[in-house]
Design a protein around this ligand. Structure first.
Ligand code: SAJ
Length: 444
């Protein structure tokens, strides 16, 4: 099939769609296209996830407004089917690839999942198939990895036997559907006609601007927008350290700085987690490094943010020492394991990094999270006999905690605030020794 025939089938919603990878990115987009009227098959490596999806059960916990209902609607309508078999792709006109693209311990992209998806697809890819990579890629990957791998494995030629584009996702756990529907997308095509065809597809589900460009630009935009955010957060974290040392209050400083025209300081905190921000700067840096550009600022920002869990651990240690507690006998409860408030995603969780630092000091660590399975023992049970409570995630449920009651259950009333969640006076009035990222900890 040529691009103009494909485009016409897309416009009439007759094109048969497939999504490889039914995770936080793939499942919502598969549901959205199915709901828009396309027949969608999802290819997923995890058989339990396949089973859940075909039973219209959401495979993730957190609060994802509208997704559970949407999944039920499209599965019951027979518009979305999940399978582990790549053979299902042999009948598809358009294949979206939504697999993880993490970096390894040396900050080098780990494209194992992407390679596996591309190789699986190549074996069964029909002529004229349109392949769209939604995964985040190091700049240059479409040219140097995706295209040659698809051509060599399938024996087809780009632009004749198949078409190729890169449409990076901009979702956020907790707002998966809202972001998918309401945030504009950059659409890169290996040819302008391909970008236009992909635009014709996404206009069925994205009710925001679609910016068409080449694939390198799409790869750069995605990694740069997240590196930008990481640098902004690192700036806030470094100013937080200045405020702690000088006795300032970062939350007041940030509010007043942002009254200055053109300033938009972000929030400091106990660390930067998630599947995007901690790794996309490294994907960008890798692409730059391949071209001989040695970066300074972007890697430094990563180091600042990655040092925040250790900084919170140091605050806990200082608090215990001041309270005369023996570190190796202390018990600490961490509130929040997910990397973001009101979500269940624990990828690159700063809380888990904090727990490792505390355990290295010999501290017994307990963790609580209302959304993450395995961490849901009631707070007023887990806190009994503890020497410090550490707030690491601003889950809404934590607003309901009765701090006076929790203090009465603790052995030592220390509260360490990693997210500016509490007002120092309110907490100290209850008798807590209050410590915080970005605040004056000289008189806790
Ligand atoms: N964080 C801070 N300070 C801030 C903002 C975030 O410490 O001011 C921390 C969070 O606690 C979290 C991590 O950074 O641990 C990431 O938070 P995030 O708000 O950036 O959430 P993500 O990782 O889901 O970011 C995604 C990104 N979207 C995509 O990559 C598609 C990001 O570009 C968006 O700006 C963000 O969602 C959003 O705000 O929607």
């Amino acid at each position: 099939m040529n691009l103009s025939d494909l485009r016409s089938r897309i416009e009439k919603k007759q094109a048969r769609l497939a999504v490889i990878g039914l995770g936080y990115i793939g499942l919502p987009v598969a549901c959205e296209f199915a709901s828009a009227g396309f027949d969608v098959v999802g290819v997923e490596s995890n058989p339990q996830r396949v089973e859940k999806i075909n039973a219209a059960q959401l495979p993730m916990q957190g609060s994802e407004p509208g997704l559970r209902e949407l999944l039920t609607q499209v599965v019951k309508a027979g518009r979305l089917k999940a399978t582990c078999e790549y053979q299902a792709l042999s009948q598809c006109d358009v294949v979206l690839i939504c697999v993880e693209t993490p970096v390894d311990e040396h900050f080098v992209p780990n494209y194992a999942a992407l390679r596996s998806a591309l190789e699986g697809l190549s074996k069964v890819m029909p002529d004229g198939c349109l392949v769209i990579i939604e995964s985040t890629l190091s700049p240059g990957t479409m040219d140097h990895l995706v295209t040659p791998l698809l051509e060599e494995s399938s024996g087809k030629k780009l632009g004749e036997g198949f078409y190729l584009g890169n449409c990076p996702e901009r979702v956020m756990p907790g707002k998966l559907l809202a972001n998918l529907r309401g945030i504009g997308r950059v659409i890169g095509g290996m040819s302008p006609e391909t970008a236009e065809t992909i635009g014709a597809l996404y206009q069925h589900i994205v009710h925001a601007e679609l910016d068409l460009c080449d694939c390198l630009t799409a790869e750069l935009v995605k990694t740069v927008e997240n590196a930008y955010r990481d640098v902004q957060i690192a700036f806030a974290n470094e100013v937080a350290l200045i405020c702690e040392a000088t006795g300032g209050d970062i939350w007041q400083v940030r509010e007043l700085v942002n009254k200055s025209p053109g300033r938009q300081m972000l929030f400091p905190g106990g660390g930067v987690g998630g599947h995007c921000i901690p790794k996309d700067p490294w994907l960008l840096a890798y692409g730059a490094g391949e071209k001989g550009v040695a970066l300074q600022l972007i890697p430094a920002a990563r180091r600042v943010n990655d040092a925040m869990p250790a900084h919170v651990a140091d605050l806990v240690k200082q608090a215990l020492n001041l309270a005369g507690k023996r570190i190796e006998e202390a018990r600490v409860l961490i509130l929040g394991v997910a990397y973001l408030e009101d979500a269940d995603d624990t990828r690159n969780s700063p809380s888990l990094a904090l727990a490792q630092h505390l355990e290295r000091y010999g501290i017994k660590v307990m963790l609580h999270d209302p959304f993450v399975p395995g961490y849901q023992v009631a707070v007023d049970t887990a806190i009994v006999g503890s020497d410090a409570l550490v707030l690491m995630v601003k889950h809404s449920a934590y607003r309901q905690l009765d701090l006076a009651n929790l203090k009465s259950l603790m052995r030592t009333p220390i509260l360490v605030d990693g997210r500016g969640f509490y007002h120092p006076d309110d907490v100290r009035k209850l008798g807590f020794s209050y410590w915080a990222v970005g605040r004056d900890n000289h008189n806790p």
